[in-house]
Ligand binder design. Structure first.
Ligand SMILES: *[C@@H]1O[C@H](CO)[C@@H](O)[C@H](O)[C@H]1NC(C)=O
Length: 348
């Protein structure tokens, strides 16, 4: 009403002022935090041991609230049948999607041609099962945590090697990611700045071994190579690449060999806050891959409306992320998020 005193209705001067006021109001409301969330915010900070200075606290709180609202909206839509998966607040709650993407620098896309990888050939005497979960057969170590180091490629590679070592020896031994982070630079990996699973396999091949996790524990920072052959628990004969883009070939490899290393596009808000269900992201790329993970099985979820196939994927963000550290990713859905684009596994 105040404006009307100065600008009679119809005055052309009023429009820019109103537009300006609207913008200012928008900015002001975005700057204000919701006091009803104060307690929730304190709980979240405590749970994930977050501490900020005054300036940062205001900013992080706003990012967190925005994420919380996205999560709540998504879950509301899920309850109405719009999505096949739910989201949940987690330790990435104070990161914008841009910051989250910047953290996703672990897998280096578009590697140059490799030297020794061989093509996966389905052994023709094997019938591939319609579903498999290698966790149930003892092939998979507990979910690990890569921390703030871009070493997903090392976790993906150790996961695949742990599976093949179990297959050969019947012993499940956790293998050292730090050994790969520190020592596979000659193969072209870049430690905490990123790398490739095949180059990790190549290192173990070149090096003639890889230390156990217990003898060479994870530090999550780049350090000098301290490989000690007396603690080596595995050696490789080579590694195989699955036919790029073929989910049928990936299924044959996982079904007949064991856990397989894959690279995916994990850069979306939906992935950042994935909690349960079958993940499918229409905005995912099948070519711009930024994260290395491990496929440990696949299956079909029966529902009243339709059956949905999924991959069982082990991540390296701790067991509080996703579904106890895992994500169930849409299978036979046009290679969604590139899961079958750069899959490989080691040969013992
Ligand atoms: C607060 O923390 C942020 C982020 O860590 C930092 O960039 C900034 O300089 C800090 N400000 C003060 C006043 O300490």
């Amino acid at each position: 009403m105040l404006f009307l005193l100065f600008f009679p209705t119809g005055s052309r001067a009023m429009l820019p002022l109103l537009v300006l006021m609207l913008c200012v109001n928008t900015v002001l409301s975005a700057m204000t935090t919701d006091p009803t969330l104060d307690q929730h915010w304190e709980l979240w900070k405590n749970r994930y041991s977050k501490t900020y200075n005054k300036t940062e606290e205001g900013w992080r709180r706003m990012v967190w609230e925005k994420n919380l609202k996205k999560i709540e909206l998504h879950n509301l839509e899920h309850s109405m049948g719009k999505h096949s998966f739910t989201l949940g607040m987690n330790h990435f709650g104070d990161l914008t999607n841009e910051e989250f993407r910047q953290m996703m620098n672990g897998y280096k896309p578009r590697a140059e041609k490799k030297v020794k990888g061989s093509w996966f050939m389905k052994p023709n005497f094997l019938n591939v099962p319609s579903s498999v979960d290698w966790r149930e057969s003892g092939y998979v170590t507990p979910v690990k945590y890569q921390g703030g180091c871009g070493s997903c490629w090392a976790f993906s590679a150790t996961g695949a090697m742990e599976g093949q070592l179990y297959r050969m020896t019947g012993r499940l031994v956790s293998l050292s990611e730090q050994n790969l982070v520190d020592c596979s630079r000659p193969e072209g990996n870049e430690g905490c700045s990123g790398g490739w699973m095949d180059r990790a396999f190549q290192y173990v091949l070149d090096n003639g071994g890889l230390d156990s996790e217990s003898s060479y524990p994870y530090m999550g920072v780049d350090m000098p190579c301290r490989y000690d052959p007396s603690y080596s628990v595995i050696s490789l004969a080579g590694y195989a690449d699955v036919v790029s883009g073929s989910e049928v070939s990936l299924m044959e490899a996982v079904g007949s060999v064991g856990p397989v290393s894959v690279a995916i596009d994990a850069g979306h808000t939906s992935f950042q806050f994935y909690q349960s269900g079958i993940y499918s992201e229409p905005d995912c790329s099948s070519l711009d891959l930024d994260h290395g993970v491990l496929v440990v099985g696949y299956g079909t979820a029966q529902s009243l409306l339709s059956d949905a196939n999924y991959w069982i994927v082990k991540n390296s963000w701790g067991s509080s992320w996703g579904d106890n550290g895992y994500i169930y990713m849409s299978k036979d859905n046009d290679n969604n998020c590139g899961i079958a684009t750069a899959a490989s596994y080691p040969l013992i």
